[in-house]
Design a protein around this ligand. Structure first.
Ligand code: NAP
Ligand code: ZN
Length: 357
């Protein structure tokens, strides 16, 4: 059975319809009919060729929610009809220390990316969620228990977990002060999750228009980064800063907002390096700068369950697959409230129309 998808055939090319073949469902596999797929800025970096080593054609999409269509003989956790999710990875060695600690994203042998990845044991490329279906090993499939509209759940699979993992690692909660820089797909989830964990949240945005919205997302305070006096008001005040900005920028402006022993965690992956960092800023208050990659399977499930219990979802703009290039242009301009999510019915309809005509 052929899978209908949208792919970029080389860097900078517009996405176009693409047919691909998923593997047959093996004993450990789950086949999922995709319902919704979020549009992450990583998809845009990838199709534009911002990062090295991208394998084209690329079918992007790693914020996947769908309905289980078939399961292999050894699959116990899922049954046909269940709602399931897939995030940024579809495989890892499952034997190294990181995998055994539930941190498969740091697998010693490299995790298998949901798209553009190298399937273990072969040169085959993985294809992501801008597609009608996907086949994934059950160990990399998440259980979704949210009730109601599932479009807002899809972004939890990347934007949500990429913020949740550092928030938990650096113990955000009652009594801690957390800053979130860049209020886009990741950042708006960072604000929601940090607030839900009980932290005091300060949102840092370059967009004046997001000032009020950040408060309604759950931030307790907002600073617009182009006003130095607003930034100065938060000097030496934060335990943790989550930097989600998708472009190079001055990190010193933010590191000085940390308290003694505070940590700035970089999750944004700009196409060019940030300007050099001033060490004195770090030394005088034993501040740290760290990085963090999305999250392991167990912590992703923990985050999904936490969100389902509290009815936390992303704020989304649903789009059809045919509008994905317009969505990319708007994403490039930081013009999204706060995640585009593709309704995969639009891809199935395209198939139906082509078949009828
Ligand atoms: P996004 O929705 O585009 O949000 C990024 C936000 O950064 C923008 O909304 C904007 O917020 C701010 N920004 C300021 N200047 C910018 C500029 N020149 N270009 C772009 N953004 C600018 O992106 P996202 O999907 O949240 O992803 C953010 C970054 O995280 C990307 O680099 C992505 O590849 C990376 N990422 C990393 C991981 C990981 O595992 N570490 C996982 C997923 C994504 P304001 O308007 O509030 O300033
Ligand atoms: Zn992503």
């Amino acid at each position: 059975m052929s899978t209908k998808a949208y792919a970029a055939h080389s860097a900078g090319q517009k996405l176009a319809p693409f047919a691909l073949q998923r593997r047959a469902v093996g004993p450990e596999d789950v086949r999922i009919d995709i319902l919704h797929c979020g549009v992450c800025h990583s998809d845009l970096h990838t199709v534009r060729g911002d990062w090295p080593g991208i394998r084209f054609p690329v079918v992007p999409g790693h914020e996947i929610v769908g309905r289980v269509a078939a399961v292999g003989d050894s699959v116990s956790r899922f049954r046909p009809g269940d709602i399931a999710g897939v995030g940024c990875m579809v495989g890892s060695c499952l034997r190294c220390d990181s995998c055994c600690e539930g941190l498969e994203q740091y697998c010693d042998h490299g995790f298998v990316q949901t798209y553009g990845g190298n399937i273990f044991g072969g040169g085959e490329t993985t294809y992501g969620g801008y597609a009608t279906d996907i086949v994934v090993d059950q160990r990399f499939v998440l259980s979704v228990t949210h009730k109601g509209d599932l479009a807002g759940v899809a972004p939890l699979l990347c934007a949500g977990i990429t913020c949740w993992s550092p928030l938990r690692r650096w113990r955000a909660g009652p009594g801690s002060r957390v800053g979130v820089v860049g209020i886009g797909g990741l950042g708006h989830m960072g604000v929601k999750l940090a607030a839900a964990l009980g932290a005091h949240v300060v949102a840092f945005t370059s967009s004046e228009g997001k000032r009020r919205e950040a408060l309604s997302l759950g931030a307790h305070e907002v600073a617009v980064s182009r006003y130095p006096e607003e930034m100065r008001a938060h000097a030496n005040s934060l335990d943790l800063l989550l930097d989600t900005v998708a472009a190079p920028h001055d990190l010193d402006t933010y590191s000085q907002l940390l308290k003694r022993d505070g940590t700035m965690v970089l999750v944004g992956i700009p196409e060019r390096p940030h300007p050099p960092i001033g060490v004195v800023n770090l030394i005088i208050k034993r501040r740290a700068i760290a990085g963090s990659a999305f999250g392991g399977i167990a912590e992703t499930q923990e985050m999904l369950d936490f969100c389902a219990e509290r009815n936390i979802t992303a704020d989304v703009e649903p789009i059809s697959i045919q509008d994905v290039e317009t969505a990319y242009e708007r994403l490039q301009r930081s013009d999204v409230r706060y995640r585009f999510v593709i309704d995969i019915a639009s891809l199935r309809d395209e198939l139906l129309h082509a078949w009828r005509s």
